[in-house]
Each structure stands twice: as structure tokens, then as C-alpha cells.
Write a protein that binds this ligand. Structure first.
Ligand SMILES: *Cc1c(COP(=O)(O)O)cnc(C)c1O
Length: 217
């Protein structure tokens, strides 16, 4: 099965990097996948999933959690402020904290709810205008601002530009996390998760290599 294959490759990449077995969490990215594929991966015992759209996740996961038991859900897509409350209720982690207004909103919700998902600050390492994330030179100040709000920061996240080698982006994120005292590194997808693990990824986000190609529309 594809899931076993990916888990084996992750364990091998951990060993090759001299890292502890199990130090990398596999987030199975199930966005827009047919339900039967998601159920198959749940039936194999996997319990950590990633979604990009709050509405899709809210429609899918309460039912699946009722049937399969506790599942850790990670929000990895852009988060609109008006969906933040639903996201806080549904997700165990949010990887896309990318602007001051969202940090303020999450802090207010966390205060009201008495809980907050683990948070990753998204960094636009490739400085792509169409991509979310704080710019590299803004990251340290943004991390400090989030901490000032009392938000539970786990680490940093990036999505390197397509068609570019991801290595330098992973290295940049690792250095940025290190100087900010953050342990979590959400980086690496189907095509490059082994490189990401070599560079210190703690969370890899793998979709198509587990579930097959996504068909939109
Ligand atoms: C869709 C998506 C992934 C998974 O991508 P694959 O190439 O299918 O592994 C990972 N991270 C983010 C942010 C995504 O949107």
C-alpha cells in the first residue's frame, strides 16, 4: 500500500539523517480526495490528516471521527478570518498563521474558548506575490508578536516555489526556526519529503503520493 511505502521511506530518511525513529509526523493530505480513499487510509490505521478548506473538512471529519475514533486534523490551507472560529473547533493544528489580523483573531477566540490549536507560522520563503505567508525578513517580528498575544506557537511552515529546488527554502526555514527557539518544521510534500526530513522537518504534508492524483471539478 502507498501509506506503508511512505511510512517506510520516512523511517529510512529519519535514520539516514541520524534522527530518532518517529520524530517525523506524517500528515496525510486528504483535500478533495474521494471518501473511499480516505476511509481506506483510516482503515489501515493512520490517524493524522491535513485539509485545506474549512468547509470541506467540517463536512467530512465529524462523521469520520464518529466512525473511526480520534483523528488529529491539521489545517494546511489559507485561513480566512471569518472561518477561524470553526477552524479552532475542528483542527488540532493550524499551519497557516500568516498575518497580524489572523493572530489577533485567533488570540480572541482562544481566550473565549479556553483552548487553541497548535500553530505554525507560514513563511513565504520564495517571496511569491500570489502566495500566503509572512516574508522572511518579517518572520522574527511576527513570531514575537504572536508570542506577545500568548498564542501557542509550534513552529514554522513553508511551501517552496514550484519548479525550484526546495533545499534552500527548507534550510532557510530551519535557520529561522532555530534562531526563534521553535522546534516544529512543517515542510516537505509528495515530491520532496525526504529532503525535508534531511533538513529537519518534524511534519511532512503528503497527499498525492498516498491517495493518488487529485481531480478537481
Ligand atoms: C495539497 C498540499 C500538500 C500535499 O501536496 P502533494 O504534492 O499532493 O503531496 C501539502 N501541503 C500543502 C500546503 C498543500 O496545499
Amino acid at each position: 500500500m502507498a501509506l506503508d511505502d511512505i511510512l517506510t521511506r520516512i523511517r529510512r530518511a529519519e535514520a539516514a539523517a541520524g534522527r530518532a525513529q518517529g520524530s517525523v509526523t506524517l500528515i496525510a493530505v486528504s483535500k478533495v480526495q474521494p471518501l473511499d480513499r480516505v476511509e481506506a487510509v483510516l482503515a489501515e490505521g493512520h490517524r493524522v490528516f491535513g485539509e485545506n478548506y474549512v468547509q470541506e473538512a467540517a463536512a467530512k471529519w465529524p462523521g469520520l471521527r464518529a466512525r473511526f475514533g480520534p483523528v488529529r486534523l491539521h489545517m494546511i490551507g489559507p485561513l480566512q478570518s471569518n472561518k477561524a472560529k470553526v477552524a479552532v473547533d475542528l483542527f488540532d493544528a493550524i499551519h497557516t498563521l500568516d498575518r497580524p489580523s489572523l493572530a489577533d483573531k485567533l488570540a480572541r477566540i482562544a481566550e473565549a474558548q479556553g483552548r487553541c490549536p497548535a500553530l505554525f507560522v507560514q513563511v513565504n520563503t520564495g517571496r511569491e506575490p500570489q502566495k500566503a505567508g509572512v516574508l522572511p525578513e518579517e518572520a522574527d517580528a511576527f513570531v514575537a508578536r504572536c508570542r506577545g498575544l500568548g498564542l501557542p506557537l509550534s513552529g514554522l511552515m513553508c511551501i517552496p516555489p514550484e519548479g525550484e529546488s526546495s533545499g534552500p527554502h527548507f534550510a532557510m526555514l530551519r535557520d529561522m526556526a532555530g534562531r526563534n527557539g521553535l522546534h516544529g518544521l512543517s515542510m516537505g510534500m509528495s515530491a520532496d519529503f525526504e529532503d525535508a526530513i534531511a533538513q529537519g522537518a518534524t511534519h511532512v504534508r503528503v497527499g498525492s503520493a498516498i491517495f493518488g492524483a487529485r481531480s478537481y471539478g
